[in-house]
Design a protein around this ligand. Structure first.
Ligand SMILES: Cc1ncc(C[n+]2csc(CCOP(=O)(O)OP(=O)(O)O)c2C)c(N)n1
Ligand SMILES: [Mg+2]
Length: 364
């Protein structure tokens, strides 16, 4: 293999800058972010975990229809948001609410989709965050098209597109990767490999040595990173973003992580994975290791920790209040924006729904 082909290959072991006990790991290529940046990232992690926990509770209280949580994947979520400039764009999935919120979207706006009220609760242009995609891998094509347009306009916008391990088996993943590489677009494909696509394990998803190895087939570099190490994630993703901004094209970053909870509230994960496996990953919690590191190096004081916890509680409390208010939804919205001119079949359905509503609301 030529040396340039070698340079596209990921490492044998994922990049790690802080080990699970909080000890720094020296690396010849990547260096950890500065202390104050890492402290700020830890603050975001605390907020992200609190939002996850709150949303899981809101599902059980019937206030959210569904919440695909990122418990255990918060380091990926926070790093994805932090490596981008304000003018860059994020293309997230249903599981990436914490990244969306870390980018500046109000938590209650991010929950509109998951409450089932509307397709998206925020204006994508305001924070440069695309709507969260539920159909797997479709957002990768949108991201690539967006980056193509930015390049044609001569902008230096970088697009970070997120997906899961399961989504890498979709045709859309292949098309997006190939188009981005051929046209040299400023896209970072960020795969959160959490070992499962609902109940389907990674071993059923690919026979490749890693998902990052897929990159070389398209002619772009792939890298593997410890997905529970926020320092390594910020460094590796940051380098991929810099590369894209320089005009050197797309790359693929695979984060090795794990979802600590079931796929959603509609899934029973005890049917396809062992308690011991889950427990082993819980011990590799992304919050614990960076906290240990910051505490032992004297960078994180009791006061700062207390401030982070209080801010996270405040966010959770505001989200609870917003979700406990009854949403104002118009049932006719179901039929709006489907066709420019409403066809007779939809008019008949709307009539049916109106009759049903009248019956339900009629006094007994
Ligand atoms: C095109 C498409 N096919 C199937 C589904 C149903 N589905 C929703 S989530 C999911 C698993 C996705 O796994 P992965 O990409 O690893 O993401 P994760 O949920 O683990 O974050 C599937 C199959 C879907 N949403 N879209
Ligand atoms: Mg997955």
């Amino acid at each position: 293999m030529s040396s340039s082909a070698h340079s596209l290959l990921p490492r044998e072991t994922p990049v790690q800058l802080i080990d699970p006990t909080g000890t720094p790991v020296p690396d010849s290529q990547f260096s950890a972010p500065a202390g104050d940046e890492l402290v700020a990232a830890y603050g975001d992690l605390v907020a992200g975990r609190r939002i996850n926990d709150q949303c899981n509770a809101l599902v059980r209280q019937g206030r959210l229809a569904v919440y695909p949580s990122s418990n255990g994947q918060e380091a990926c979520q926070i790093a994805a948001a932090r490596v981008l400039r304000d003018t860059d764009w994020l293309f997230p999935t249903y599981r990436d609410s914490v990244a969306v919120i870390a980018r500046g979207v109000e938590p209650e706006q991010a929950m509109v989709l998951l409450r089932g009220d509307w397709h998206s609760g925020y204006d994508p242009n305001e924070h440069r965050v695309a709507p969260q995609a539920t159909p797997l891998a479709t957002q990768l094509l949108h991201a690539v098209g967006f980056a193509h347009a930015a390049k044609l306009r001569g902008e230096d916008t970088v697009v970070l597109a997120m997906c899961g391990d399961g989504a890498t088996s979709e045709g859309d993943f292949h098309e997006a990767m190939n188009f981005a590489a051929v046209f040299g677009l400023a896209v970072v494909f960020f795969v959160q490999n959490n070992e499962f696509a609902i109940s389907v394990p990674l071993s059923r998803q690919t026979a490749a040595p890693s998902l990052a190895h897929k990159a070389i087939g398209y002619g772009m570099p792939g890298e593997r990173v410890d997905g529970n190490d926020v320092a390594a994630l910020m460094s590796v993703l940051g380098a991929a973003v810099d590369r894209a901004r320089r005009g050197d094209g797309p790359s693929l970053v695979e984060a090795h992580t794990y979802r600590m909870l079931a796929h959603t509230n509609a899934d029973d994960d005890t049917r396809y994975r062992e308690h011991e496996e889950v427990q082993a990953w819980i011990e590799r919690d992304p919050l614990t290791r960076v906290r240990e590191h910051l505490r032992s190096s004297g960078l994180l004081s009791d006061e700062t920790e207390a401030r982070f916890t209080a801010a996270a509680e405040q966010t959770a409390s505001e989200l609870r209040d917003a979700m406990n208010a009854e949403p104002q939804v118009d049932p006719e919205d179901l039929f709006t924006h489907v066709y420019a001119e409403r066809p007779a079949t939809l008019t008949a359905q709307w009539q049916l729904l109106q009759d049903e509503i009248a019956r339900t609301e009629a006094p007994a």
